[in-house]
Design a protein around this ligand. Structure first.
Ligand SMILES: Nc1ncnc2c1ncn2[C@@H]1O[C@H](COP(=O)(O)OP(=O)(O)OP(=O)(O)O)[C@@H](O)[C@H]1O
Length: 336
């Protein structure tokens, strides 16, 4: 039974779970589809498949909002189903390591612990790990012995900017920008420039294919509804328009990184200068962000090889290697 342990990174867009018994990570959409307000219809990637296409009696939602749990019941249901699926239908007693953002209230942090406790997953032990610490480990940084490590995780609704030193967090800031804001900016620009309404999934696809399109010198072909005629049409969107509309969001990330750097103690700043910035999170892959961040801060930017899973891979390291266990902590005694 000692082998039964899970590492969970609850992202607003994706839930990532590491299972010790098969040494494997799953990534599923953090989404739930409820029929007629009470019946579970679909969850995870299957719920996402129906998003923006389902009839009115099927409500599809994200139980997390801005990195914190907004809908506890549905989040518990999702965790229970995923963990039970990973154990082929029968839950056995297990240890749980859950990543939490740093720059949130104690109540919001505790909600992650309570979620596992109340999800009916036979939790023996529940340990909490600051997300940026797990990120550092997932990025193969020796976080316990390193001083001055700057991690920027660009997720779906949030970007977490943290300075780590000797296994702990020195400074952390959670800002409300990420992949969703990029998608919304693309939608708004296409609407303004071409009087064309496109869906959220279309704008996400444009964002994800941007780098490739730029390399090929092509525009993005999209399908949407013409505002004037009301009819569906196809249109080619120049990548320059997409680049321009993302600028403001890139600047917001760069400005916030600079604010953190300004507050960093000088000795740590020297280490950060040497190591550079570690950039991770799914949306960090967007074309031009890494180079803009480097130009805006004057620092080298190290790009993650596994941006979506860096946090959960850090949790996996903690579960597998006793050397790292000290970065995880229990939360039982915390006041509500
Ligand atoms: N190749 C890519 N290029 C640009 N963006 C991408 C790419 N692949 C995924 N994304 C974006 O990454 C985001 C999801 O990233 P991630 O899984 O790190 O977020 P999350 O952890 O669920 O969110 P949060 O950190 O806000 O809670 C989505 O907005 C998705 O569109």
């Amino acid at each position: 039974m000692a082998n039964n342990a899970f590492g969970i990174d609850l992202g607003t867009n994706n839930i990532k779970i590491y299972s010790r018994s098969d040494d494997h990570v799953i990534v599923e959409k953090n989404m739930i589809a409820i029929e007629n307000k009470k019946v579970l219809f679909a969850y995870g990637n299957s719920a996402f498949e129906m998003y923006e296409k389902a009839p009115g009696n099927i409500h599809i939602s994200y139980p997390l909002s801005n990195g914190v749990i907004a809908d506890i019941k549905n989040m518990e249901t999702l965790v229970r189903y995923f963990v039970t699926d990973l154990q082929k239908g029968v839950n056995k007693p297990a240890d749980f390591y859950i990543a939490v953002p740093t720059d949130v209230t104690e109540v919001e942090k505790r909600a992650f612990y309570d979620l596992i406790k109340d999800a009916n997953v036979k939790a023996k032990k529940i340990m909490v790990v600051e997300k940026a610490v797990a990120d550092g480990l997932g990025l193969d940084i020796d976080v316990k012995n390193s001083q001055g490590v700057l991690v920027v995780n660009v997720g779906f609704e949030t970007t977490e900017i943290s300075i780590l030193s000797l296994g702990g967090i020195v400074l952390s800031r959670l800002i409300k920008t990420g992949g969703l804001k990029f998608d919304e900016a693309i939608r708004a620009a296409v609407r303004k420039e071409f009087s064309l309404i496109i869906g959220g999934r279309t704008s996400e696809n444009v964002k994800i294919s941007l780098r490739e399109l730029e390399e090929e010198g092509k525009g993005a072909i999209v399908y949407g509804r013409d505002i004037v005629t009301g009819l569906p049409i196809e249109r080619e969107i120049p990548t320059k328009l997409v680049d321009e509309c993302l600028e403001e969001h890139f600047n917001s990330i760069i400005d916030n990184v600079k604010v953190i750097l300004e507050r960093t103690p000088p000795e740590l700043a020297a280490d950060i200068y040497r190591h550079g910035i570690y950039l991770t999170g799914g949306a960090s892959q967007i074309s031009h962000l890494a180079e803009r961040l480097a130009a805006g801060t004057g620092l080298k930017v190290n790009i993650s090889e596994n941006p979506v899973t860096s946090v959960v891979m850090g949790l996996a390291k903690i579960i597998k290697d006793d050397n790292y266990k000290s970065v995880a902590y229990a939360i039982e005694g915390m006041s509500r």
